[in-house]
Design a protein around this ligand. Structure first.
Ligand SMILES: Cc1ncc(COP(=O)(O)O)c(C=O)c1O
Length: 396
């Protein structure tokens, strides 16, 4: 390449899954297809009415123009009604809701809108890699905070308060937490809001998993006074099986959202109208559909537990979201090595916990996004490998 990339790109690497999927594609050319239990991309379709709406609306001739930077009023109203119905949060659809093309872009928008050189940002370890990557691209310094199994993967706010927080501007939180599946209580969210107010830190809760295997969905915006210091990202990717559609939102106070719009409106030119209308359909009452899909995930999860038991892993059965997070046995060096061994010997890909930060090193994560027969097939392959290995070890 004769043109050098911008130096700012030196602070980030190509996304782990982007690289891993290439490796898996190469393995697939050479032999039996790899079973991918890594990525949380729902394999099931959205509600049929949602797809029908997209098809019906796309046929019209007058829906193909650029759309508003703030989304259709109908979509903002649907998001506001959804927040009222599901989380008991009142949002003004004209000022406190900003539709996004997936919540991942919202992480970038928040970082670019509020962070710059000289700022620090609190990021969970382990946590979703985009929080740190976007903050680095914005020039900010990352301050990781520990999430530990010993503390039930919750933030030790007392410990954090002892640090110098004077340069911290933004804090990323994500409950239900990915990758550990930890749920937060309302009392804990209250403490977080108080922490943000006390230290003048913008608390950004990334909340895409609250409807998956979680009985009590919570929004940080349901806490009194939260809008002063909190933003919340939400998404239809996981909750409505629409990951490829790229539909999400930011909720929060008008001034914060206006600031973000200043950046975002320079990035995109609105979302395809039929997609927005289909999203409105998706956001309607869906209790029966949701219970059915959660039932499916719960059945798959039972087989995932069996896989993890075969691998001698330990795990909590009280996890929310699309994954099961598990501690590797003491005999294994790291989740990375264990994942590589399983990939090489069983042609099954399981995500190493270390990609989410050093505290995730002795863990692995299995996604629930495959039909149950795929999990059974993976279980058989892994059981076979474990048996062979045990026989081999006992002979040698
Ligand atoms: C914690 C977390 N936040 C955000 C996202 C991004 O979701 P989307 O951009 O599809 O809304 C993901 C996707 O895996 C995630 O796990």
């Amino acid at each position: 390449m004769i043109i050098n990339p911008a130096s700012r790109l030196q602070v980030v690497k190509e996304y782990y899954f982007s690289l891993k999927l290439k490796e898996i594609a190469r393995m697939n050319v050479d032999g039996e297809a790899v079973i991918n239990l890594g990525i949380g991309s729902p394999d099931l379709p959205p509600k049929s009415e949602v797809i029908e709406t997209l098809c019906k609306e796309s046929i019209a001739t007058n829906v193909h123009a650029y759309q508003s930077y703030q989304g259709l009023p109908a979509l903002r109203e649907a998001f506001a009604e959804w927040y009222k119905r599901e989380y008991e949060v009142n949002l003004n659809p004209n000022e406190e809701v900003l539709p996004l093309m997936g919540s991942k872009e919202g992480i970038m928008h928040i970082s670019m809108s509020f962070l710059e050189k000289g700022d620090q940002v609190l990021v969970p370890n382990p946590g979703y890699p985009a929080y740190a990557a976007t903050a680095k691209l914005a020039g900010a310094e990352i301050v990781y905070y520990d999430l530990l199994e010993a503390n039930h993967w919750l933030i030790d706010l007392d410990e954090l308060a002892k640090k110098d927080l004077s340069k911290i501007k933004v804090m990323w939180v994500n409950y239900p937490h990915m990758p550990t599946g930890t749920k937060a209580s309302k009392a804990f969210l209250q403490e977080l809001v108080e922490f943000g107010r006390q230290h003048k830190i913008l608390i950004c809760n990334d909340n895409p998993y609250s409807f998956v295997l979680n009985e009590f969905p919570l929004s940080i915006l349901s806490i009194k006074g939260a809008k002063e210091v909190c933003l919340e990202l939400n998404s239809l990717s996981k909750s409505h099986h629409m990951a490829g559609w790229r539909i999400g939102m930011i909720a929060g106070a008008k001034d914060y959202l206006q600031t973000i719009l200043k950046f975002k409106s320079n990035m995109d030119s609105g979302m395809f109208k039929p997609l927005q209308l289909a999203a409105v359909k998706a956001l309607g009452e869906d209790q029966v559909w949701r219970e059915k899909t959660n039932q499916t995930y719960a059945e798959r999860r039972e087989v995932v537990y069996e896989i993890l038991e075969k691998l001698d892993c330990t795990f909590s059965k009280n996890q929310a979201g699309l994954f099961v997070w598990a501690r590797i046995p003491k005999t294994e060096k790291s989740g990375f090595e264990m994942s590589d061994q399983i990939l090489k010997n069983c042609r099954v890909f399981i995500c190493p916990g270390g990609i989410f930060g050093s505290n995730g090193d002795p863990y692995i994560r299995i996604s629930l996004c495959n039909p149950i027969n795929v999990f059974q097939k993976a279980k058989a392959k892994i059981a076979n490998y474990v048996i062979k290995n045990t026989v081999h070890e006992s002979r040698s």
